[in-house]
Design a binder for this molecule. Structure first.
Ligand code: ZN
Length: 408
């Protein structure tokens, strides 16, 4: 069974609501982070401080062909003796146990787990590394999510429904992001990561404003993680257009490097050590329950709409309009129709989403009382703001990334 308890449970027992000083501040971060063009080819060198001899390389069949082979070659060049293992696509308990068994049977024991791929592959890798008691090495191939740096994994059923969050005592020992690989991945992933990254700051701010708010580890946010969250949002705002142009041209430049770092490192530490709030309550606790949304949207796209609703909920209307303009300009969804929920044709679904979000974990991190009625009004308010932003900015950027629009 996944370990579903945070590793700092002492904090739970010393909490008197509002009694902030008795609750520890905890910063969680990977031990080492390396990012740049072509760095996968030097992975053997970056592994040296870990004194690894026989690492396992976990990737999908396509990942083994695209990046795994050059990684394995680099490890061999560094004198290591890697073994490869295939990720079959779902981060489920069954898949984790299958990989653990395969690696236990693979002759001499492996001494590190290198996961190469998207969020689910890395989350699976963290679960496998924990069970084998070996260090985890994250090699993300897209910059769309917070999996590479965090000490937790989202576990799904074999059918892909959410099952649990598993917490680990250790963060990844090493995160290596090859920006050449990110520049060749579909642009939609990078843009989706901008939505998730941008929300990090506004959710951190909500947690900081509310003395009762807690991170996923039941801790209080640190100034350090808040600062990273703020830098994450400002970096994305400043360099998004340049990074999008770089991926369109399949080249790496300073703008892409900045946004990849924001989406991966700043967002990763920011969310884990600052806490999340209404944007993620809506994006993970409500939207995925609707098949039209679940099947057509990436995580960061749902977070983008959740973020707009959060800002409306907080009464930050000017900020919400400004953020909506930015989201529309980069091609993120800004209204409910773009994620497959139509408040006019299907008002019941929007009402149901509001009820789910108001009951979801972390929504109480908001500094004011959150009710289903309030979330419902915020979703509709965000929808209106988004329609205005789409009319103002045009929806060309969104349509370029979504050739087949979500069925509303
Ligand atoms: Zn997220």
């Amino acid at each position: 069974m996944p370990h579903a308890e945070p590793y700092f449970p002492g904090a739970i027992f010393s909490v008197e609501d509002g009694d902030t000083p008795s609750v520890p501040r905890v910063l969680i971060a990977p031990a080492r982070y390396v990012q740049g063009p072509g760095v996968f080819a030097h992975l053997g060198r970056y592994l040296r401080p870990l004194e690894v001899n026989r690492p396992a390389v976990l990737a999908s069949p396509g990942g083994h062909v695209r990046e795994g082979s050059s990684i394995v070659a680099s490890l061999r060049e560094a004198g290591l003796d890697p073994v490869t293992v295939t990720f079959e696509g779902e981060s489920s308990v069954e898949e984790i146990e299958r990989i653990v068994a395969a690696l236990r049977e693979a002759g001499s024991p492996v001494d590190a787990l290198i996961a190469v791929g998207g969020g689910k592959c890395l989350d699976t890798g963290k679960c496998v590394a924990h069970r084998l008691h070996v260090p985890m090495v994250s090699c993300p191939t897209i910059a769309s999510n917070d999996a590479p740096c965090s000490a937790l994994s989202v576990v799904y059923t074999p059918e892909g429904a959410f099952e649990a969050v598993e917490f680990f005592p250790d963060s990844p020992a090493l995160v290596v992001v090859d920006t050449d690989v990110v520049a060749r991945a579909p642009l939609r992933y990078l843009v989706s990561g901008m939505g998730d990254g941008l929300a990090t700051w506004y959710e951190a701010r909500a947690c900081f404003r509310n003395p009762s708010a807690r991170t996923a580890d039941f801790a209080r946010p640190t100034v350090a993680s808040m600062t990273l969250g703020e830098a994450c949002a400002s970096t994305i705002r400043e360099f998004a257009a340049g990074a999008i142009a770089a991926v369109r041209a399949r080249r790496v430049d300073e703008a892409l490097e900045r946004v990849v770092e924001a989406n991966t490192l700043l967002s990763g530490i920011g969310f884990e050590s600052s806490g999340v709030a209404a944007a993620h309550a809506i994006a993970t606790g409500a939207f995925p329950a609707f098949p039209a949304v679940h099947s057509s949207c990436l995580h960061g796209e749902m977070v983008a709409v959740g973020l707009l609703a959060q800002l409306v909920l907080e009464g930050e209307m000017e900020e919400a309009a400004d953020v909506a303009g930015f989201l529309a300009a980069v091609g993120l969804p800004v209204h409910l129709g773009q994620i497959g929920l139509d408040p006019e044709r299907d008002p019941d679904s929007v009402r149901a989403a509001a009820e789910m979000a108001a009951a979801a974990p972390f929504v109480d991190n908001e500094p004011m009382e959150v009710t289903a009625r309030g979330v419902h009004a915020a979703l509709l308010g965000a929808h209106e703001l988004g329609l205005e932003a789409a009319a103002r900015e045009g929806d060309a950027a969104y349509r370029a990334l979504h050739p087949e629009p979500a069925a509303a």
